[in-house]
Design a protein around this ligand. Structure first.
Ligand code: FES
Length: 138
C-alpha cells in the first residue's frame, strides 16, 4: 500500500490534534467498517469556525484526512465546512489507497456531527438532509 507524501506528512505531524474544553459543537462518529472512532471539537463565533481540534483512534489515513480537513475548515463559515466532502479531502492529500477511502469519511462526518450539535444546542434550524449519516453521538 502506497501513501502519498502529503498523507505521510499529516500522519507523522498531524495538525489540530486534541480537545477544546470550551467547544461550541462536538461531533463523534464511528466507522462501521473498522470500528474506529473520531471526535471533532469546534469553536464557533458568528457562524465562523474559529478553532477546531480532533481526536481519533483511527488509522493513519483517518489521522491524515482529519488533519488536512481541520486545516481546510478553520476560519471558514459553517456553510463552507458543511460542503467539505471526503472526496475533496482525499484530493487535497493527493489521493489515498482505494482500501483506505472509507477512513476519509470519518472526518467529513465528524465535522457535520459537530455542526449539528452546535445547531441543536442553540436551537438553530437546519436542513436534516444535510446531515444524513449514521450518528454515533453518546
Ligand atoms: Fe479505521 Fe482507517 S481503518 S479509520
Amino acid at each position: 500500500m502506497e501513501y502519498s507524501e502529503k498523507v505521510m506528512e499529516h500522519f507523522v505531524n498531524p495538525h489540530n490534534v486534541g480537545k477544546l474544553e470550551d467547544a461550541d459543537g462536538i461531533g463523534e462518529v464511528g466507522n462501521a467498517k473498522c470500528g474506529d472512532i473520531m471526535k471533532m471539537y469546534l469553536k464557533i463565533e458568528n457562524d465562523i469556525i474559529t478553532d477546531v481540534k480532533f481526536n481519533t483512534y483511527g488509522c493513519a489515513s483517518a489521522i491524515a484526512t482529519s488533519s488536512i480537513a481541520t486545516d481546510m475548515i478553520k476560519g471558514q463559515p459553517l456553510s463552507e465546512a458543511l460542503k467539505l466532502t471526503n472526496k475533496a479531502v482525499v484530493e487535497a492529500l493527493d489521493g489515498l489507497p482505494a482500501v483506505k477511502i472509507h477512513c476519509s469519511v470519518l472526518a467529513e462526518q465528524a465535522i457535520k456531527a459537530a455542526v449539528k450539535d452546535y445547531y441543536d444546542k442553540n436551537g438553530i434550524e437546519y436542513n436534516k438532509a444535510d446531515f444524513e449519516f449514521e450518528d454515533h453521538h453518546h
